[in-house]
Design a protein around this ligand. Structure first.
Ligand SMILES: [Zn+2]
Length: 221
């Protein structure tokens, strides 16, 4: 095993699982994150707001490096109920082309503050939302895209709105009884072999009209 970069965590249902991340893993995750950033249409002139927790650094530090490489401007807020005021503050103060990582905790916090989701997010053209938050934004009349945590990786929906891409160079998707299983294609510090992710959905492997050939997860209730 190569040198350890750190310890990440991912959720399967209500369980939070720690996992080791090697420097090689991290470097390849930066490549996957750059594809995700591109799928959200982020470029040099974009401004993005990233909502994450420090415990999710294994997923979100590569995203931040991807944004830096892209030269996009970005702001950070915790994806927590108590930091939702910061999300509202940023979105009131500046225009953001993309808000990514929106979760139910932030939406709960906006509820606490009495903010409606269209008021907070309505001016941002791309809202990349996690499971749970996606449905709540959609039900509020917004048009989110999937930002779907699938085990230790994140699947991202492009502008075709036809499912969320994973990096097919790194991950293989299978489905069993409607649950997405994740397998690492390359050696990683953590063994990920048909990991039951708790994500329910279908897999689409056709080339996407966005140009990515990476497989997509289409979530199902
Ligand atoms: Zn696509």
């Amino acid at each position: 095993m190569t040198e350890l970069w750190g310890v990440g965590s991912f959720a399967v249902g209500d369980r939070i699982l720690p996992y080791p991340v090697s420097k090689d893993d991290h470097n390849r995750d930066i490549g996957s994150a750059m594809k995700a950033v591109s799928s959200l249409g982020i470029h040099e002139q974009s401004r993005a707001l990233v909502l994450s927790m420090l415990s999710e650094a294994a997923q979100y530090w590569p995203v931040q490096i991807g944004l830096l490489i892209t030269k996009a401007q970005f702001s950070l807020a915790d994806a927590s109920r108590f930091d939702a005021f910061r999300t509202a503050m940023f979105l009131k103060a500046m225009h953001y082309d993309v808000v990514l990582g929106i979760n139910t905790d932030v939406l709960d916090g906006l509820d606490d503050l009495g903010h409606s989701y269209p008021d907070v997010f309505g001016k941002s053209p791309v809202l990349a939302a996690r499971a749970g938050a996606y449905e709540r934004l959609r039900d509020a009349g917004l048009s989110p895209r999937w930002w779907l945590h699938v085990g230790p990786t994140v699947a991202v929906e492009c502008d075709q709105l036809a499912g969320a891409h994973v990096d097919g160079n790194e991950w293989q998707l299978d489905v069993a009884d409607g649950e997405i299983l994740l397998t690492a294609r390359n050696p990683r510090a953590a063994v990920v072999d048909r990991l039951a992710t708790g994500v329910r959905g279908e897999i689409v492997t056709d080339a996407c009209a966005c140009g990515r050939e990476d497989p997509r997860v289409v979530p199902r209730d």
